[in-house]
Design a protein around this ligand. Structure first.
Ligand code: WT7
Length: 657
């Protein structure tokens, strides 16, 4: 196809299912057949798909889930398996010498490749080492590592011995980590000396030390395993701290896998919701295995020799499913990169694509926007002809970013696959099937076969046809989170009370006349900053730690690069010395993490509230975005005279975000 200029391409394609060059009648018919089977015979559909996995004991049935009452989600529950066996041992016979994992270091020329055989040996050593420390089936192990080989090895080693892993983001503060270590009851932490960011070093071990100090005696952590990533000196506490290399090199490359029940926990993963307390979603073994293999295999069909690069950090669900489990279950080659998109220099990503002949590149809109801003010259300098699929997920993508990805990176030859999913869903829910789904720039297209996506009005009543509403699912899927760790009531409350018998995603969506979904964003108090979910309550609780602050309200505002940025309004306590906006920013970074640092902080006299005292964040968001009128009906406000002073302060201080 001839390259068009972006604007022409955009006008031509806006809201039209125009990208259909690769759609074939055969693939469409096969897809339609799957959709029909998934709708009419989900049991048969999923029993067939369960054949993707090698079971120690094959399941005799698929789902026994119920979204009503106490909500119970169970899949393949008389099956038994081990995930690391499925990701590694199973491939040794046919592809033992195929590269399983490519690691690209940030330092020029530093990289590693591990075959399936080598990765298997390393995972077995680490699994044996964990067992040697007395860690057993059911014990939780926290993993707090930068993007290094040992992160993947540690996850699979935990899976091998049946110890649920809890991967924690390197950007969390010591407070944030402490809270999660206590909540999960982790018995061990696997961390690094530090992470590399160019010449800078981001301390990891020191953060864990601080977190454990904060947790004190309520933490159950007995062991800290330290991977040497950057040769940074760290304190090692005798008896508690162990060097990864010494621990692992002392082991034989074999380790008997623990045979797990399908419903045994595989991992916990924290995410943010509408309250200040982070919640760990619980994912189990059998259903997740089938689901990770199915969703990735459906949207990214692999051929031998394909190299799959998902740029997500392993600490996110995308990292779990698209970096580790999905690709390895399907026998692909997965690639990880230690650095940030344009570090050590612009063009680094394209260099990696060229060097490794990457076939699918999966990233987030926030990265696409940043790369776009660097200009077309960087991608144009490299040979990107190996790319067949370009994935995006995590935030709404604008049609122009979508088209840039398609035209400039994919050169009109690689499909842009926008997929909608969540930590709670563990795999792709809405997304195109190559060859069967015509693409529309900016749309996550349609539900994958067997998923029953519906839109409802605000009261939870389902409606058909085009329109905008709340995105819900009427039926379970194998990878669905089973519960919130130590919080089943909160699980029911958050996801199953909005509409009876349905899972409520928390997102709004529009459905067009072709049945395509266009995600409009979160409907709850969750802000999506560069694809990181942050609850407004997490930020407000953090600010509240400063005794000079009476109350605070955080809102998400549109941000060119990050998608959304955080703006905080604070009210001082009477008779307290003034507080500087920068101090508030620091409190948030310290309590939550640097990724949650606000764009702007306004110290104001009063916040807009309803008569029952609820802060009206919807109004604050409009004000923070610079809107000065047309706020709609303000009659629910207890005192509407607070609005004008807020508008004035924002107008005075507002700098372009
Ligand atoms: C929230 C989930 C993709 C998994 C990683 C994020 C937003 C996700 C899309 C998309 C528009 C999207 C939703 C969702 N989101 N994918 N393709 N288009 N918005 O997982 O951190 O649990 O966040 O990300 O708002 O609820 P997460």
């Amino acid at each position: 196809m001839t390259p068009m200029n972006l604007e022409d391409a955009f006008t031509a394609r806006q809201n039209k299912a125009l990208i259909s060059e690769t759609v074939t009648p055969e693939k469409t018919a096969a897809y339609e057949a799957k959709v029909a089977q998934g709708r009419d015979d989900p049991e048969g559909f999923w029993m067939e798909e369960s054949g993707r996995i090698s079971w120690a004991v094959a399941p005799t049935h698929a789902s026994t889930s119920d979204f009503t009452g106490n909500v119970s989600i169970r899949w393949f529950d008389d099956g038994k398996l081990n995930l690391s066996v499925n990701c590694l041992d199973r491939h040794l016979k046919d592809r033992g010498d195929q590269i399983a994992l490519i690691w690209e270091g940030e330092t020029d020329g530093v990289r590693r490749e591990l075959t399936y055989r080598e990765l298997h040996a390393e995972v077995c050593r680490m699994a044996a080492a964990l067992r040697g420390l007395g860690i057993k089936r059911g014990d939780r192990v926290a993993i707090h590592l930068p993007m290094v080989v040992e992160a993947v090895v540690s996850m699979l080693a935990c899976a091998r011995i049946g110890a649920p892993h809890v991967v924690l983001f390197g950007g969390f503060s010591a407070e944030g980590i402490s809270e999660r270590l206590v909540d999960s009851g982790a018995v061990a932490v696997i961390t690094a000396d530090a992470a590399r960011r160019g010449a800078k070093r981001i301390p990891h071990k020191a953060t864990i030390d601080d977190a454990l100090k904060l947790a004190g005696t309520i933490s159950s952590v007995k062991h800290v395993i330290v991977v040497n990533v950057t040769d940074t000196d760290v304190e090692m506490k005798a008896g508690r701290d162990h060097a990864y290399s010494a621990l692992v090199s002392a082991q034989a490359p074999e380790c008997e896998p623990e045979i797990m029940d399908a419903e045994d926990v595989l991992f916990l993963l924290y995410t943010s919701g509408s309250t200040g307390k982070p919640k760990a979603m619980v994912h189990t073994s059998g259903g997740y295995a089938v689901w990770a293999s199915y969703t990735l295999g459906t949207v990214y069909p692999q051929q031998p020799g394909d190299v799959h690069w998902c740029t997500a950090d392993v600490a996110w669900i995308t990292g779990h499913t698209c970096v580790v489990y999905g690709p390895l279950l399907n026998g692909a080659t997965t690639l990880i990169y230690e650095g940030l998109p344009s570090s050590p220099r612009p063009g680094r990503w394209w260099e990696i694509v060229q060097r490794n002949r990457v076939t699918s590149l999966f990233t987030a809109p926030t990265a696409i926007r940043a790369l776009m801003r660097e200009g077309d010259d960087f991608p144009r300098q490299f040979d990107l002809s190996s790319l067949r699929a370009l994935g995006t997920a995590g935030e709404p993508i604008s049609a122009d970013a979508w088209l840039w990805f398609y035209e400039v990176v994919g050169r009109g030859k690689a499909l842009v696959l926008d997929t909608w999913w969540q930590t709670e869903t563990a795999g792709i829910m809405l997304g195109p099937v190559p060859g069967a789904t015509p693409l529309k720039p900016g749309s996550a297209t349609r539900p994958l076969p067997s998923l029953q996506a519906v839109l409802t009005d605000e009261k939870g009543n389902i409606f058909e046809g085009p329109g905008e509403g709340c995105l819900c699912f009427t039926r379970s899927w194998p990878g669905q989170a089973r519960t919130i760790w130590q919080g089943h009531d909160r699980f029911i409350q958050t996801y199953f009370t909005f509409a009876s018998g349905m899972y409520f995603s928390g997102d709004g969506a529009r459905r067009d006349e072709d049945g395509y979904f266009w995600i409009t964003g979160r409907m709850d108090d969750v802000i999506n900053v560069s694809g990181h979910r942050i609850g407004t309550a997490e930020i407000e609780d953090a600010v509240g730690i400063d005794h000079r602050i009476a109350e605070a309200a955080a809102v998400g505002v549109q941000h060119d690069l990050k998608g959304q940025g955080i703006v905080v309004f604070v009210v001082m306590r009477a008779n307290k010395a003034g507080v500087l906006p920068s101090e508030i920013g620091e409190v948030i970074s310290r309590q939550v993490g640097r990724y949650a640092a606000p764009e702007r902080v306004y110290v104001v006299d009063e916040l807009p509230k309803t008569r029952s005292g609820k802060i009206v964040r919807r109004l604050l968001r409009k004000i923070a975005e610079g809107q000065t009128g047309e706020f709609g009906d303000l009659s629910s406000l207890a005192d509407s005279s607070v609005v004008q002073p807020l508008i004035d302060i924002v107008a005075r201080e507002r700098k372009p975000a």
